[in-house]
Design a protein around this ligand. Sequence first.
Ligand code: PLP
Length: 407
Amino acid sequence: MNQLNPVFIPGPTNLPESVRRVIDQPTIDHRSPAFASLLPQLFGDLKKIFATDAAKIFVFPGTGTGGWEATVANTLSRGDRVLACRHGVFSDKWIRLCQSFGLIVDIIDCDWSGPADPIRIEEILRADSGGQIKAVLATHNETATGVRTDLAAIRESINASGSEALFFVDGVSSIASMDFRMDEWGIDGAVTGSQKGLMLPAGLAIVALSEKAIKAGQSAGLPRFFFDCSQMDQTTTAGGFPYTPPMQLIAGLQHALDLLLTEGLDQVFSRHFKMAEGVRQAAASWGYQLCCSDLQFASDTVTTIMVPEGFNADRLVEYAYSRYGMSFGVGLGQLAGQAFRIGHLGMLTEAQALSGLAVIEMAMKDLGYPIVSGSGVAAAQDWYRSAFSLDSQGSAAIEEPVCEDVA
Ligand SMILES: *Cc1c(COP(=O)(O)O)cnc(C)c1O
């Protein structure tokens, strides 16, 4: 009966009951006024999630990776240069996607224990006096390492260099969970997917493009068809989709947005901080290092924890799953075997977080890890008790509000 257990992987995340109920609905005609009438509010609410007035929002069937592809294909041309830091498997995958589209990527290899480096970015942009670099790519929250990049600092670097490059951000594991400000940080392209902070199944790629990015796309030449933003814009403005929309997911998305906006984004962010801090306190009580070497950059959606020398983190994750029916994230890329990840984004209560910590402690104990049973749980309990005022409504607030009939 491990279907009752929450998952502690950083996406797909746990589905709120009310989201599941909304998604379970009969077919409605996607060419009907009933569908058209859903769209204005959906796009308006998504703008709040991205913290933008000026950008245009695009909802594609797809996943986060499709969102990257849409961003690149709609704004750049073959042979364009782009600049990216590589500090985890997701930033690396974005680089590989760009290369496969014939873009030339200037790669800054950063230590995986830290964020993208605004100083190196500024140096390289300054050296590019001819303005060859058309875009700077940043991964807001490296889901492999649990490190958050300071996007405001990168925007400052771009400005200081005088570069006109577009600024594209992977916000797949941060948007709707951690503070994100598209307009204020001068972001030209932002990407997320449905299955992380938005608490839905996988299946939607959500992209926001600034006016500058859209304008760049009018003369940019990469091939695009499925992910054609201009086509998508025309059809959604007219109340439809360029192809069959995933109706149920779109209805679920509206409901998830209702939950998040009713709770209030500031509250959502502080709830994620609170959950994350409990996990960090637990790791500290075990005496383990985080992959993230400087806590000011610690992610509030996923924590990557290094296991002691001589232990295999893959085995730990596999054991927790097979013995206790609970899923944690494995270490990815160069962290394979050396680290495991606890995802704590989306719908999660203190009680659930404690259950995850209790289970991973049992698994570690069974496998001979040098920890004291209950030490991490106790540290997290103390933190959650003291942090109650951060979340005056209690974590239960997320599950409740609006559950209107959608169709
Ligand atoms: C999950 C994730 C992705 C990939 O998203 P898919 O939906 O699996 O395509 C990209 N970037 C980051 C930071 C992620 O966490």
